[in-house]
Write a protein that binds this ligand. Sequence first.
Ligand SMILES: Nc1ncnc2c1ncn2[C@@H]1O[C@H](COP(=O)(O)OP(=O)(O)O)[C@@H](O)[C@H]1O
Ligand SMILES: Nc1ccn([C@@H]2O[C@H](COP(=O)(O)O)[C@@H](O)[C@H]2O)c(=O)n1
Length: 207
Amino acid sequence: MSNTRIIAISGGSGSGKSLFTKTLIAEILDEGMDIRVLCEDHYYRDQTHLSMEERLQTNYDHPQAFEHELLEKHLAQLKAGETIEYPEYCFKTHTRLSQSQPITPASVIIVEGIMLLASPELLPYFDLKVFIDTPLDICLLRRINRDVQERGRSLQCISEQYENTVKPMYHKFVAPSRFTADVIVTQGGKNRIALDVLKSHIQQVLK
Ligand SMILES: Nc1ncnc2c1ncn2[C@@H]1O[C@H](COP(=O)(O)OP(=O)(O)O)[C@@H](O)[C@H]1O
Ligand SMILES: Nc1ccn([C@@H]2O[C@H](COP(=O)(O)O)[C@@H](O)[C@H]2O)c(=O)n1
């Protein structure tokens, strides 16, 4: 049986999943531990066959927007001690890139993403499920800054997407998925006590 432990970190867009995960990973790697991180965003479906206009119509906040079949396969492979080819995704073109990156197995794998806990097919892979619970207005403010600076979006495009898909899908899929979590974290990516709790859990697992 595999000793690999998979930790899922979920929550709304802008809730602080990436910051929480990056902080955790940096501190754990500093201590020389064996850990990898996967981001659900890399598993958005490829859309190279669609026009830009069609890509802009896609609902990126629905579980079907992700190729969860591939993520599931990769989690099974990592558990089985196999190396995976981790896809790359571009938020500016809304497509998957042609290159991928090999990721070798490790004792602990952290996966972060909005729909992880809303996807029943993925739940059996997770040994620990964490939900970052941040009020939606704070998520939106953070998302505006990030999407303008890093994802090449205009304010108009951000507000239309928020009204049409991000907000309704958050209420339909993401918010209810918190009830599947083992741990709920408030205050986003800067919750020092939650980071310490997760770190000591991982240290226990790796003993
Ligand atoms: N507790 C926090 N306080 C202030 N800013 C935060 C906090 N958590 C995250 N952020 C910032 O908010 C933005 C979105 O956070 P991020 O971790 O990328 O969210 P997610 O991965 O959930 O979409 C980033 O610029 C991040 O640095
Ligand atoms: N082509 C895409 C793909 C996704 N999005 C948005 O990204 C959000 C999820 O990523 P986080 O890092 O913020 O968790 C999701 O809410 C999608 O709306 C996009 O805008 N374009």
